[in-house]
Ligand binder design. Sequence first.
Ligand SMILES: [Fe+2]
Length: 141
Amino acid sequence: MAVMKRAHLEKLRLCDALERIADTLPRVDCLACLTVANAIVPLLRDIHRYEETMIFPAYEAASTGGDANLASTRRLRAEHVEDECFAGEGTEILLRIGHGERVENAEAIGFMLRGFFESLRRHIAFEREHVLPRIGVPDSG
Ligand SMILES: [Fe+2]
């Protein structure tokens, strides 16, 4: 279960990096953009696969009141798909500006990045507060 906590921490670090990039636009830290661009898709894919094969089945099995947990994991799985889609788009943008392409629409890019990391943070918060405690992983905040 330490794996899961580390995965969430890595994902939160990624959110922080995205927030720093969004905050400083239209100025660009090219190295930060390229680093995040390279990490984002494989990181999310690995974490999502782990959650969907190890964590969610345990959470579904721990359901006591009807299929509430099943409804939650269905939503979380759908969010994984959306997040991976966004991650793909985000990667393209970060690669372009990381390679020196001029930032024409800083506001739109900032808005898009912000929407992405805010939804990632909400997703992680739900898993930490509701999913992990139900399968015996205390919420460490
Ligand atoms: Fe998740």
